[in-house]
Design a binder for this molecule. Structure first.
Ligand SMILES: NC(=O)C1=CN([C@@H]2O[C@H](COP(=O)(O)OP(=O)(O)OC[C@H]3O[C@@H](n4cnc5c(N)ncnc54)[C@H](O)[C@@H]3O)[C@@H](O)[C@H]2O)C=CC1
Ligand SMILES: O=C(O)C(=O)Cc1ccc(O)cc1
Length: 317
């Protein structure tokens, strides 16, 4: 244990034992933030792996059993699975417990989960802006959240003490915590994460079609930009299917705007309008430089560039 303090929660139950839950568990253990850590995952293989590598002290075959006596319950499953799990665990949550989630979309999770949460439980939705393309318990690592944002989208009636306690835990994991309206969260993430992922998926799909024409050249000569796309496009298909199905409106809005911009650039290329292209790229470069100058470039770990590479992990079912 390093930098141990008094545990923030006596018993933490992690529902879903993949990249995010395992990373939380490693960091909580390193920092002494939880008295004990228990968990549940759908597949017996994942439960066995989580136990074997010491992510959790105990695993349970059902989510209902796992949450008993926990003072913090974390839903760390794909967004589309959160509602059914909330319904299952609701009668078993301890009075005064905090229930949070780590889903990439917030409005849909709140709509699916909140109706099941008993009045004696504090539901505080959340989203760590940190991750990788890897899945499953072996993908987790303790430093994932260090110096990364963790957004909370508390409901208007949220208990301030319960929110402050959860924030203590998240700061203990190394994260910077901020609060946001759920709808605003979903729009911001549609711009910064969801639509970029869709573009990466699309570009890799285009290359896949081309590859049939050019054999293996695409892979052999792929430069950094395309390699980054392939990394992102290797992300978990279930997780990302759920993100797009549940953040539908915001993603379609941003995708519409993206398509309009693409047509502007496409036309400029067709018309040989170098001035438009140069002006456009000058503006985008200024945006990137502004981010760097403001010291806001903490979003991307150095994966693929030789540092902080997490252990590769098999896909989880
Ligand atoms: N992967 C990433 O980079 C990030 C993911 N998130 C969010 O965190 C959540 C978890 O993602 P990861 O840890 O990456 O996923 P993962 O695929 O590594 O792990 C998901 C876990 O949920 C379990 N699971 C899946 N469906 C289930 C069901 N119906 N019932 C019970 N258990 C089920 C799986 O067995 C597995 O243990 C998702 O909601 C995702 O949107 C948030 C930030 C970053
Ligand atoms: O691996 C990457 O580049 C990511 O963008 C990780 C990520 C994926 C989903 C999230 O909701 C937050 C972060």
């Amino acid at each position: 244990m390093t930098g141990a303090a008094a545990p923030v929660y006596a018993r933490v139950a992690l529902i879903g034992l993949g990249l995010i839950a395992a990373s939380m568990a490693h960091a909580m253990r390193d920092k002494g933030l939880a008295g004990s850590i228990v968990g549940h995952a759908r597949s017996a293989e994942t439960r066995a792996t989580a136990l074997e590598i010491g992510v959790v002290d105990a695993v349970f075959d059902t989510a209902a059993e796992a949450v008993r006596d926990a003072d913090l319950v974390v839903l760390a499953v794909p967004v589309g699975a959160m509602g059914a799990i909330a319904a299952e665990i609701a009668p078993h949550l301890a009075p005064g417990a905090t229930l949070t989630d780590v889903g990439s979309v917030k409005q849909a999770v709140i709509e699916a989960v909140a109706p099941h949460v008993p009045a004696h439980v504090h539901f505080i939705p959340g989203h760590p802006l940190a991750g990788t393309e890897h899945s499953g318990p072996r993908a987790g690592f303790a430093t994932l959240f260090v110096n990364r944002w963790w957004l909370l989208t508390p409901l208007p009636e949220a208990n301030a003490q319960a929110v402050a306690r959860l924030e203590d835990l998240l700061r203990g994991l190394g994260a910077n915590v901020d609060s946001m309206e759920p709808a605003h969260h979903d729009l911001v993430l549609a711009v910064t994460s969801h639509t970029p992922h869709l573009i990466a998926y699309t570009m890799v799909g285009v290359a896949d079609h081309l590859r049939r024409v050019t054999e293996s050249e695409i892979v052999k000569y792929s430069a950094a930009g395309f390699r980054d796309f392939t990394r992102i496009a290797a992300s978990d298909p279930t997780m990302w299917r759920d993100v797009f199905l549940t953040n539908r409106e915001a993603t379609l809005d941003i995708l519409g705007r993206f398509t309009e911009e693409l047509f502007v650039l496409q036309r400029a290329i067709r018309m040989g309008d170098g001035q438009l292209l140069h002006d456009y790229f000058t503006r985008t470069r200024a945006i990137r430089r502004g981010i760097i100058e403001a010291g806001q470039d903490t979003a991307a770990p150095d994966f693929g560039r030789g540092a902080a590479v997490p252990p590769p992990a098999e896909a989880d079912s």
